[in-house]
Design a protein around this ligand. Structure first.
Ligand SMILES: *Cc1c(COP(=O)(O)O)cnc(C)c1O
Length: 357
């Protein structure tokens, strides 16, 4: 037998892990700097680590109270009703919940190009179809409502990534609102704020409070340093937030993920330290990299190095792993995750060397 026709489906290619690369190059994993997946190089909040340890011996029971506690913590944090918080298995899991809740077969989703691969994948898994709008490189990948509306044709979901991966650009709140105003009543504008902690641009959550057609996606994978736990959440308009119970996988957020997330949410120190490190690293990368860069609101910087895959490969041989942006349709670019001063100095010295050579 065979599965259904999956030829339109793509395989998600994550940045490579330190162990894989170390094995390939016969290097010690400790000598590698991994700056390819926008993880928090400071690690998880120590409070989250304590919470994981404290609850390790109760993982034989299905998570119930931990999920309720997390949802209440997040509802509090965002000043929404608990029903409006859709916790899921990573931000990716939130995208799946929204696909299930909204898409009829063959309905379309409008997503950015360049952009995050899983938007299109999730839509296709759920028998939806995909159209794209282009962020104009000549215009610094600027995000406006007009630019999205140029391509809009009644899609069921329009995705805005702000801050945007991999370019770092943002869509200001008034533009998000203009977009929601201009699209059909039955179109959801989903604002992916996976990197929202790293920018001063206000969250679109205020629109979630006021409207029934704007939702926000957030994750614990980036600023909170919990990528390995798989925990993200959607902030959903009150009118239809009760759909969650009908579309999410039972117990899709694990006991330890919920406990860790709740503890991380209370650790302002760790979050502040992480954001400060990122702000410093961005400035340093703009200044010190020989390659032209774009201003970024995320924990990464996009750089035009001429031949992204050649530079990423050469840097990797020197122990610095960055993301070659060929899979984003930007083959001349690399994306460098922000790290500590020491990591940034080493990355810049290696990247400048392999870019010039
Ligand atoms: C990392 C990321 C996500 C979510 O990742 P999860 O680990 O599944 O929470 C969502 N959108 C963008 C643009 C991302 O870069």
């Amino acid at each position: 037998m065979q599965p259904r026709d999956l030829s339109a489906h793509t395989v998600y290619r994550a940045g490579r892990g330190v162990e894989e690369v170390a094995r390939d190059l016969d290097l010690d994993p400790d000598d590698l700097v991994k700056l390819s997946s926008n993880e928090n190089v400071l690690g998880p909040s120590p409070k989250a680590v304590d919470a994981i340890r404290d609850h390790a011996d109760t993982v034989h029971v299905y998570p119930k109270a931990s999920h309720t506690d997390l949802i209440e913590g997040l509802a509090d944090r965002w000043d929404l009703a608990p029903e409006q918080v859709w916790a899921a298995n990573g931000g990716d899991g939130v995208l799946d919940c929204l696909s299930r809740a909204l898409l009829h077969p063959e309905e379309r989703v409008l997503i950015p190009n360049p952009g995050f691969a899983y938007y299109g994948m999730s839509a296709r898994y759920h028998h939806g179809e995909v159209s794209e709008y282009t962020l104009d490189r000549a215009d610094g990948f600027t995000q406006t409502a007009a630019n999205v509306l140029d391509e809009y044709d009644g899609e069921r979901i329009v995705v805005v990534t702000s801050p945007h991966n991999p370019t770092g650009s943002v869509m200001p709140l008034d533009e998000v609102e203009a977009l929601a105003e201009a699209t059909d009543e039955e179109t959801l504008v989903l604002v992916d704020e996976a990197y929202g902690e790293f920018t001063d641009v206000p969250s679109a959550v205020s629109l979630v409070r006021e409207r029934d057609d704007v939702a926000v996606l957030r994750t614990f994978s980036k600023a909170y340093g919990l990528a390995g736990m798989r925990l993200g959440y959607g902030l959903i308009p009150a009118d239809w937030a009760d759909a969650y119970g009908r579309v999410h996988t039972p117990f899709d957020t694990g006991e330890l993920a919920c406990r860790a997330g709740l503890a991380a949410l209370a650790d302002d120190d760790h979050l502040e330290r992480s954001v400060e490190m990122v702000e410093r690293a961005r400035e340093y990368l703009y200044e010190a990299l020989d390659a032209p860069t774009w201003e970024s609101h995320g924990n990464f910087v996009l750089a035009d190095v001429g031949d992204g895959s050649a530079v990423a490969e050469a840097a990797q041989r020197e122990g610095v792993i960055v993301r070659d942006c060929g899979s984003f349709g930007l083959p001349d670019c690399i994306r460098v995750t922000c790290g500590t001063d020491e990591q940034m100095e080493r990355a810049v010295s290696v990247l400048n060397e392999v870019t010039d050579g």
